[in-house]
Ligand binder design. Structure first.
Ligand code: NAG
Ligand code: NAG
Ligand code: NAG
Ligand code: NAG
Ligand code: NAG
Length: 780
């Protein structure tokens, strides 16, 4: 014993020397290409000593001759290593390994029989385990490395986790255990030694050992069961082989849940759908079950690819997950409140969240699962696409939830903008090296800005070109890896078939300006007389960062759509870009009615508002001249429905934000919300309240200021408070409303600007508790 340890130390030193010269980063090198995993997993989830025992056979092809195989692995102990050259890929795998695994996990007895390695070296920081083999692996040959190992069953939701749950006492007084996996982003390495990077897509054979009273689930359908040798109460469930997929989509669950089963049938294909839950939850699965077939059908039709697997399971976990749902291919995991909906007690917002989450995860079955991003730095593209499809799918499956879908998309994109305004955020595409970097990618910038940028892109190239590119992309890269650049290349090909649109447009160049830079542009739109308007771009500065001048030179490719009060058009036509502001031409002057619209522009100049970026067609905010703001305010008072609700909310959100940044006087903002004193405009009201509450929150530091503010806001009557949207946008403030306060008009206030100027100063920190010297009465 002692002897071998000493020998090992020497070898490790030698190894570290040799190895560090070829591997400096956290990513695995390209010296091994994984082809296939055959995983035998035995999780013991109940009781006081949970454990995870496994044996994995990894088929690998070395791309260089070597005797080192490096896997990812965290808290994994490898007990034995075998190696053989694979000559016949169909060769049957010896089933003795399952008996050996039973012995190991149940009685702790384990006999080392292979010992094909000399040293196992763990690099904890890089989360890598290297096996140095006695045998040399020849480049181009195929090998099967077998590893017996023990890993952890966890109580959080990373890797293989367990949870204890109780059924409703009226049904059975039953207490159960639930075990399952969460691999994304980098937790597969806590469940098995593997090459845990999304660029490695391989097939998987999975066999799970479990108690007979439990069901085992994995991505693929179960094809056989086999009793265990050691104990009659346990068995092995064997699953069919998966298509190529990344390790982060591998999923395994062991549960004694009940299920409801449905068949999704389209043409000659049938897909088995199972919805799993605790017994007393099964009746709350109706809403999810109702929308899946429509949504799946919409996705299949849109991307022109069938769903790839013969089944799909939906399961919720009886513990608080860090995420809402996970799109594991064929086995989607949810928080309980995202899969179950109680028809009797649930609110419409809750129903929407269930439907929206389902939409997102079903979109992932294609974006992410069928075609996978080749590295985490580009994950915005997967998540952004699913964000885009959330709305389309909700609209398709439950048209009466469209209002909520629009509102949710609006809030989510505005959340991303708010974050970019307040903190030094990050660009959508950013460098990812470590596991920690990868986990951090799953933020609002990735999800919300990501989908905002793709919506802008779809709008700029037209939905038909966009869809054609999606179809080609899916066709070309299915079962493989790709990235946003591949998609932009295809889209470029697509639009250049159509010379009208394609001329001078380069999607790669356009999108690069959005994905590689943080923050967003403010578009100024100023009338210059004679029916002309000057458009220019300026970056929104990051607040709370006086030292940053990095943003001042930023320029974007900005699609500018325009409409006006004479012929308001918020359809696809009306929100299609009329001109582009570019880095080479960051400002330009154009007539504000298109030359073919038949306007005598000079006559219309005075009393028609113009509006750009209608229906949120670009990821920008717009600053008009005061006169145009006033025309828009007048329109809202006369008939606000001429401007659609998302655009109304956008105008008000832009105006408040620009006033805070001192681009605009508050007086103008208050005129803009004047119409809310006479109409109930729920959605816009919620946006307005957000800003007013935020201002009030800041004013609380000074009581007399607060009194004055409340005198003003108190006159604006808010009959309905709508605080039920716990997203980040609202979480930026502590929400407590000012219910029950009424008002008739805002515009009579002469010192509105002075008051609000004070708020602004408070918010900026220009006035601190120590240096507040203003005499408020004098200011008015
Ligand atoms: C179930 O629990 C509730 C509240 O804890 C209790 O009132 C009820 O009597 C229980 N029912 C049964 C059948 O035990
Ligand atoms: C301020 O900006 C600089 C770069 O311009 C950045 O490195 C820094 O993290 C920012 N600080 C904050 C507090 O956001
Ligand atoms: C678009 O721009 C990129 C980068 O500027 C360039 O490499 C590419 O060739 C351009 N594509 C077309 C179709 O002009
Ligand atoms: C308000 O505008 C909408 C949309 O243009 C129109 O359908 C409606 O009739 C107008 N209402 C009034 C009172 O003019
Ligand atoms: C609050 O603001 C008012 C008006 O500007 C000022 O007179 C007063 O001193 C301030 N109070 C505190 C506690 O700073």
């Amino acid at each position: 014993m002692t002897n071998s340890i000493l020998k090992m130390r020497l070898l490790i030193q030698l190894f570290v020397l040799l190895f560090s010269s070829v591997n400096n980063g956290h990513r695995l090198g390209s010296s091994m290409k994984p082809i296939h995993y055959d995983l035998l997993l035995l999780p013991i989830i109940s009781g006081g000593s949970p454990r995870l025992c496994g044996h994995v056979l990894v088929d690998l092809e070395p791309t260089m001759t070597t005797n080192v195989v490096t896997f990812h692995g965290v808290e994994i102990s490898i007990l034995d290593v075998s190696i053989e050259q694979v000559l016949d890929t169909e060769k049957k795998i010896n089933s003795d390994r399952s008996v050996q695994l039973e012995d190991l996990c149940f009685s702790g007895l384990f006999e080392i029989v292979n010992e094909a390695h000399t040293v196992i070296h763990e690099d904890v920081e890089r989360q890598q385990i290297s096996v140095i083999l006695k045998q040399t692996l020849i480049k181009g040959h195929r090998y099967r490395v077998g590893l017996f190992y023990v890993a952890k069953v966890r109580d959080d939701n990373r890797g293989f986790f367990r949870a204890n749950y109780k059924n409703d006492n009226t049904s059975c007084c039953h207490e159960g255990w639930f075990g399952g996996t969460q691999m994304e982003a980098t937790n597969a390495r806590r469940v098995l030694p593997c090459l845990d990077e999304p660029g490695f897509k391989t097939t998987f054979d999975v066999t799970i050992g479990h108690n007979r009273v439990m069901s085992a689930l994995s991505n693929m359908p179960e094809i056989a069961t086999r009793p265990m040798k050691n104990t009659r109460e346990w068995m092995w469930t064997i699953f069919s082989r998966s298509p190529p997929m990344p390790t982060y989509l591998l999923a395994m669950f062991v549960t004694d849940y009940d299920k409801v089963e449905r068949i999704y049938k389209v043409c000659k294909r049938t897909i088995r759908m199972r919805f799993w839950g605790r017994r007393d939850q099964l009746r709350h699965l109706e809403q999810s079950m109702a929308v899946v077939p429509d949504m799946l059908n919409y996705m299949e039709t849109y991307v022109r690819q069938p769903f790839s697997l013969p089944k799909i399971d939906f399961i919720s976990a009886p513990l608080e997950l860090d995420f809402e749902a996970m799109e594991n291919w064929g086995l989607v995991l949810f928080r309980e409140n995202r899969l179950n909906f109680n028809e009797e007690t649930g609110s419409e917002d809750e129903r929407f969240q269930v439907v929206q989450t389902m939409a997102h995860e079903l979109a992932h079955q294609f974006f992410g699962n069928l075609v996978t991003s080749d590295w985490w730095s580009d994950i915005w593209f997967n998540e952004g696409f699913c964000g885009v499809f959330e709305n389309d799918l909700v609209q398709h499956a439950l048209p009466n939830l469209v209002f909520r879908a629009e509102m949710s998309k609006f809030s989510s994109i505005r959340t991303a903008m708010k974050i970019e305004e307040h903190v030094h955020a990050a660009s959508v595409i950013r460098a990812v090296e470590t596991a920690d970097d990868a986990e951090k990618m799953f933020d609002s910038i990735t999800y919300s800005k990501g989908s905002g940028l793709l919506l802008m892109l779809r709008n700029s190239v037209g939905p038909q070109n966009f869809r054609n590119a999606v179809v080609t992309y899916m066709e070309r890269y299915q079962f493989q890896n790709a990235n946003s650049q591949r998609f932009m290349d295809i889209l470029d090909e697509e639009i250049h078939k159509n010379r009208d649109i394609g001329r001078g447009m380069n999607v790669t160049k356009i999108m690069h300006s959005w994905t590689s830079q943080q923050s967003y542009p403010i578009v100024r739109c100023i009338r210059t007389g004679n029916g002309r308007v000057r458009l220019s771009q300026t970056p929104h500065p990051v607040r709370n960062n006086i030292t940053s001048d990095e943003t001042t030179n930023q320029l974007w490719w900005i699609p500018i759509s325009m409409t006006d009060g004479n012929q308001p058009d918020f359809t696809q036509q009306g929100t299609y870009p009329r001109v582009w502001l570019t880095p080479e031409r960051p400002s330009l002057e154009i007539p504000y009615f298109p030359t073919d619209s038949g306007h005598d522009s000079t006559n219309d100049e005075d009393d028609n508002w113009i509006l750009i970026n209608g229906e949120f067609s670009g990821y920008v905010r717009v600053l008009y001249d005061d006169y145009n703001w006033r025309l828009i305010s007048r329109q809202l008072v006369v008939n606000h429905t001429v401007i659609p609700q998302v655009t109304r909310a956008q105008l008000i959100d832009d105006a408040f934000t620009l006033a805070l940044g001192e681009y605009l006087e508050y007086k103008v903002v208050l005129e803009l919300i004047e119409y809310l004193t006479s109409v109930s405009d729920e959605f816009v009201r919620a946006t307005t309240q957000f800003h007013l509450k935020w201002m009030r929150e800041r004013a609380k530091q000074n009581e007399s200021l607060l009194t004055l503010f409340e005198e003003y806001t108190g006159r604006l009557k808010f009959e309905r408070m709508d605080d039920e949207h716990p997203n980040e946008y609202n979480n930026l403030v502590r929400t407590d409303g000012f219910e029950g306060e009424g008002c008739s008009s805002w515009s009579d206030g002469v010192c509105v600007d002075q008051i609000l100027g004070m708020f602004r100063a408070e918010m900026d920190g220009t006035i601190t508790a120590a240096n507040k010297k203003y005499d408020f009465t004098k200011l008015c």
